[in-house]
Ligand binder design. Sequence first.
Ligand SMILES: *Cc1c(COP(=O)(O)O)cnc(C)c1O
Length: 439
Amino acid sequence: MQSANQNIKPLTTKINEKGNLSIGGCDLAELAKKYSTPLYVIDKETLVSIAREYKNAFKSYAKFKPKFASKALMTSAIAKILADEGYGFDVVSGGEIYTVHNAGISLNNSTFNGNNKSREELNLAIDLGIGRISVDNFSELELLNEILEEKNKTQKILLRVTPGIECHTHEYIQTGHLDSKFGFDLTQIDNVIELITQKYKNLEIMGLHAHVGSQIFETKVWSDEVEVLIKEIKRIKDKFKIELEEINIGGGLGITYTKEDTPPSVQEVANVVLKSLEENIKKYNVKEPVLYIEPGRSMVGTSGVTLYTLGSSKQVPNGKKYIAVDGGMADNIRPSMYGAEYCAELVTKKDSETKQKVTIAGKFCESGDILIKEIELNNPQKGDILCVYNTGAYGYSMASNYNLMLKPMMVLVNNSQSAIIVNRQTYAQLVQNDIIAEI
Ligand SMILES: *Cc1c(COP(=O)(O)O)cnc(C)c1O
């Protein structure tokens, strides 16, 4: 079966009886009219389908525990849907912790991760009963233990490690020693274990955590990662007589932004991970560990699209035709930040086929605010609605108020119904924290 991450469009995308595009049974032109644009649209069926696919793909492994990497898209409604599917959360800030908690979800199934967690954030996480804290570095070990001593509490932790596997989107390279801001180098682990066993008595070490990269298409990185982690568990077991029982292998599965992207299915990833796990458990003679995964992009990317209205256009003499939309780099920074590419199409049917090659520009005051460098659209006209696919991950979550534009609304669609899950910001909200000083 094809996984949602192997599709460009949400699974429910159809052309309806009017000849318009629809998602979740909702006509996109009507959604744009009802809610205005720019508009983030999330298809619940696609989201739930991939969430179940992950669970299904790993179901032969009893100690499998999926988490969602909140940083890809965290809103109360998304958190609730995924918690109902049995997911915990990988959270990286006080704001993400607060949002999960505020959605009425216990944090005992979640992991707090990050390379510079503040005292306030650690306090909040501990007070709300966070399941695991993935400790990133020596200063955090000390700070966390100090906070726990004050509270007279203990905390289950993972150690974030740099496994020495670096991956680029299409190929990967393995290096012995990786220059990364995240996690402990494997050569530092002995020192960490000594500190935990002798000095930091409020920390209970449960396992190892790694994350090798993002938008990965090459399954071998995960089998290598599993081996590095199991081998390290074995080494710790032999040296310290402590057998760690949990590994968190992070996220990173890629999605299909354009036809050139060919990510493996969730099942293919699961097969590779489980095979490597089985082989290395045997090879290194360790207990079956709890297996955490924490995908972000592949969970939410394909379920989300963004609707824009086409506005002014500019034909450069003997050059490109630019068409501007009513959003851009503040609601999707990925094209201007790292040249990310997207597929898009107009949502309404046109009577005739007159294809035009155009560049879709944003409306922000940066020349680099180009959403799509070159796309063929059918007779694009001012007022037409453009649907940009695959914007569910790292769109809203990286959105800003640049140029003091309002962050867009987000709606959930399902079974021909739509519901607002994030309201459009208001001008009053934009200035609510402003203070005119009298000094
Ligand atoms: C970003 C991140 C993830 C999720 O990555 P995706 O590429 O969105 O799947 C998971 N774990 C950690 C530690 C991360 O930093």
